[in-house]
Ligand binder design. Structure first.
Ligand SMILES: *Cc1c(COP(=O)(O)O)cnc(C)c1O
Length: 386
């Protein structure tokens, strides 16, 4: 099926890039596990020379993802951070970047410890449009980096409004769409210029691949990124590309199932006597619930909550869950639980963590698609030990 098809999301997820193998009829595409390709005469080949540059399995995945994000182009990369690094490499030295103040810890680390020598970064609250508008006018950034919802505070930025502000100074808008997946949110249709994903999370969905993707419509910028991927090297392996193609087929049903469970758990936590507060974009109590409803067709499967107590209570709780696995990462079919201050966000300085609200009693859930009664029972048993 061509990536320009008007078929529904669920159909495209299964069929774009999923055509049967033309030589054998195999319904599943082969894994082109090859580094190089034979040429009939020097420089004469079938479009493939070397797998850092091109690989047929990777091409299929890129076609599918471009279709799902409603993008003209897609590149898949060795990790989500590799996609981010390609965008940074594409900017001239001295570029100014306004970045959300609550982004993924690894993004913050890359900007503040790797690219700070060549680019200028300022971290701002991108949910505050007035303040952001002022900074955009003052700084005149080349690029604005949004993550929405953020990790772990699940703050929502208004993508269309930020894109409008950015246009005034011709700044590019990048949205890290990892938490929503293209199933719930498609930033390019809201005015963003580039979307990035950690495919490690919902897109692959089975916790067995580390990979990334970037999608965009601009031909020239795509060519630049493609050149850089080949020149710098962070490409996705054929087998990993195939695993993601396999995982993506169920993206629509997985996102529906994870959200259904997450809504029920968020409501359960909100009423729990041992919980101080719950952050979930689907709850009416969420500060940007209205924006979430406006720009996305769902609220996802991530929940952040504050336990009553501190480090001791958090440890007791986390040591006593059984079904929820204590692990970093998110977006798989299995439920995960973690402590951002010690685990995923340890690379963010303690003072900044406090400022952002990442306190010792904050716990993050990635709700999987297990039976809801089992998940609730697991949390309840752990609460009893606190
Ligand atoms: C995991 C993650 C990344 C980084 O992706 P990797 O695949 O781990 O390199 C970037 N952004 C968000 C929101 C993430 O959750």
């Amino acid at each position: 099926m061509k990536k320009t098809t008007t078929a529904s999301f669920a159909t495209r997820a299964i069929h774009v890039g999923g055509e049967p193998d033309p030589t054998t009829g195999a319904i599943m595409p082969p894994i082109f596990q090859t580094s190089t390709y034979v040429q009939s005469s020097p420089g004469e080949h079938k479009g493939y020379e070397y797998s850092r540059t091109h690989n047929p399995t990777r091409d299929r995945l890129q076609e599918c993802l471009a279709s799902l994000e409603e993008a003209k182009h897609c590149l898949v990369t060795a990790s989500g951070l590799a996609a981010t690094s390609l965008i940074m490499h594409a900017l001239p030295h001295g570029s100014k970047i306004l970045c959300g103040d609550d982004v993924y810890g690894g993004t913050y680390r890359m900007f503040s410890k790797v690219f700070h020598e060549t680019h200028e970064f300022e971290f701002v609250d991108t949910t505050d449009l007035k303040k952001l508008g002022e900074r955009i006018q003052k700084v005149k950034p080349a690029l604005i980096w949004l993550e929405t919802p953020t990790n772990p505070m699940l703050k929502i930025s208004d993508i269309a409004a930020v894109a409008k502000l950015a246009k005034k100074v011709k700044a590019l808008v990048v949205v890290d769409n990892t938490f929503m997946s293209p199933y719930f949110q498609r930033p390019l249709t809201l005015g963003a210029d580039i979307v990035i994903h950690s495919m490690t999370k919902y897109i692959n969905g089975h916790s067995d691949v580390v990979g990334g993707a970037l999608m965009l419509n601009d031909d020239a910028f795509f060519e630049k990124l493609k050149f850089l991927q080949n020149a710098v090297g962070p490409c996705l392996a054929p087998f990993d590309s195939w695993l993601v193609l396999r995982g993506i087929k169920t993206l629509a049903v997985r996102m529906e199932a994870t959200q259904k469970n997450a809504i029920e758990i968020a409501k359960y936590l909100e009423k729990h006597p041992k919980v101080q507060s719950v952050i979930y974009p689907g709850l009416k109590s969420h500060a940007q619930h209205a924006i979430a409803k406006k720009q996305a067709s769902g609220f996802g499967g991530m929940i952040t909550f504050f336990l009553k107590g501190g480090m001791k209570e958090s440890r007791r709780f986390l040591e006593n869950v059984r079904l929820f696995a204590l692990a970093e990462s998110l977006g798989g079919v299995e439920s995960l639980i973690e402590h951002p201050a010690i685990m995923t966000h340890a690379s963010i300085p303690a003072a900044i963590r406090q400022q952002l609200g990442i306190h010792d009693n904050l716990i993050r859930l990635s709700v999987g698609i297990e039976g809801i009664e089992d998940l609730k029972a697991d949390l309840e048993a752990a609460f009893k030990k606190v």
